[in-house]
Design a protein around this ligand. Sequence first.
Ligand code: ADP
Ligand code: MG
Length: 255
Amino acid sequence: MRYAVKTENLCFSYETNFALDNVNLDVPEGVLFGIIGPNGSGKTTLLSLIMKFLKPSQGRIEIFGQDTRKLSHRALARLVAYIAQDFNPAYDFSVEEIVEMGGIPRYKSFFDSVVYEEELRKALAIVDLENLRKRPFSTLSGGQQRRTLIARAIYQNTPIIIADELTNHLDLGQAIKVMDYLKSLTKMGKTIIITLHDLGFATKYCDLLALMDEGRIVSVGRPDEVLSEEVISKIYRAKVRVIKTSEVPYPWVIF
Ligand code: ADP
Ligand code: MG
């Protein structure tokens, strides 16, 4: 099996005492892979290591079998589009300018500035932003800003998309639309890795889930394997029930 992303014995610590401890993660190509876990469990840290925003203290990361230490940032940006949890542009760009930035890794030189208009329009349409193309980013609502960044990642047209807290700020309809679209990308062989808090979305959409707690991966597998009542209740410190019924093709987490 070809792996889109693979981490081996990945360790990292901040100056505070939090550490990612020996994280081994295998993300097969072509799946929608969800990373869940309580606040502070290390999800963003793990994604930041994959994106080379942080350097591991031990271990290694491969993207399609290539060690990320040997990949330039540009080469990485041709393979992975990243949607960060928070984004504050240094200058008040318009929606379309931000989406166009997703095209930069494809430019032949720094001075090149091709706009792939048809792809741009399609990316904006997927997140219903065609009418807000010219609007300054700062004047958008949280959900519209989030959708702009999703459009930028779509426009970047990479084999892998990684999104931290993908559905943050999205209303139910928009979240469903974006998840349906990402799922359709996996059918075309793309790999999507997301962190999310909504366990309902996690079970419905993700092919595989990794559950993190205190810097470790506690379990990995299909949603019905990972979402056990005991484990989820213990890790989230909240009593939940997981219902499996023939009426719904995925487990239901209720609380
Ligand atoms: P998650 O995304 O799962 O909520 P994070 O990876 O953001 O978790 O954080 C994991 C732990 O690392 C938390 O305890 C957090 O306080 C700590 N942490 C995150 N970023 C920093 C930082 N820049 N400096 C020090 N500690 C950090
Ligand atoms: Mg986080």
